[in-house]
Write a new protein. Structure first.
Length: 255
């Protein structure tokens, strides 16, 4: 199954979802490139200190030839017995594709790490990095005010025996119509594991869902308990099994 997922993933890198038989107007071309780093504040340091470092890093990043965006993700709701976390936040970086990600990382290694990297480490060193390919399922058609936190939900999912990633895209397209009818502004991505992830995980991909703010998250949850969950069971539930979701408060650090 995992080998099949990777082959499907890279075939999608060559085409636009808008030309796919399972796509709808919420889907974009992919895959994007994601990195997630686990970070912990040094003693006496906080998000205020990080903001100062990020401000200077952004000035340097503005001069680079790339489209790297980033967020900090602070754990909001999770089961510590299932997911013990010895971190204060995760750094979530995103490039529109792997070529741009490579450009960004090369510039970082050639120039950024010797200056801004040391500044980041003085505030909150990061101990690990995991890479993912991002397959857009539903567009993030909202803007978040600068400095405002918004919720991002992640759950681990496994494709059922006899089902495929194409089946997932088909049911996702059907479920997107349900969200449209509810006025739900949730954006959805499938995160396919790449380097830095467990060698033999009991999941095939992570499903990420983000909302513009906690008001829209609350509306979405209200709809969920009023019938959306039944539609999710008919669509997503026919193709994948997913574990209990974790929610993070995210703050965009680079736009």
């Amino acid at each position: 199954m995992k080998k099949y997922l990777y082959s499907v993933l890279f075939s999608f890198a060559l085409i636009s979802f808008s030309n796919s038989v399972h796509a709808d107007d919420h889907m974009q071309s992919g895959p994007g490139a994601i990195e997630i780093l686990s970070c912990k504040y040094n003693e006496g340091k906080s998000s205020k200190d990080l903001a100062k470092v990020v401000k200077e890093w952004n000035k340097w990043q503005d001069k680079q030839d790339g489209d790297y965006q980033s967020w900090t993700m602070e754990p909001y709701a999770f089961d510590p017995s299932q997911y013990p976390l010895d971190v204060d936040f995760f750094w979530f970086g995103l490039s529109s594709n792997w070529k741009n990600f490579g450009k960004d990382m090369q510039a970082w290694l050639d120039e950024g790490i010797s200056t801004h990297g040391e500044n980041f480490d003085s505030v909150a060193p990061c101990s690990s990095r995991a890479l993912f390919s991002a397959i857009p399922i539903r567009n993030f058609d909202f803007e978040v005010k600068k400095g405002q936190s918004n919720p991002f939900q992640i759950t681990n999912c496994k494709i059922k025996e006899g089902k495929s990633f194409q089946d997932l895209l088909k049911v996702a397209s059907e479920f997107n119509k349900v969200l449209d009818g509810n006025g739900d502004n949730a954006g959805i991505i499938a995160m396919i594991p790449d380097a830095g992830n467990p060698a033999n995980p009991d999941w095939d991909f992570k499903l990420g869902v983000g909302w513009s703010d906690y008001n829209n998250f609350g509306n979405s949850r209200s709809n969920w308990y009023s019938g959306t969950s039944e539609e999710a069971a008919k669509t997503y539930g026919s193709v994948v099994d997913c574990d209990s979701p974790r929610i993070y408060s995210t703050t965009q650090q680079r736009y």
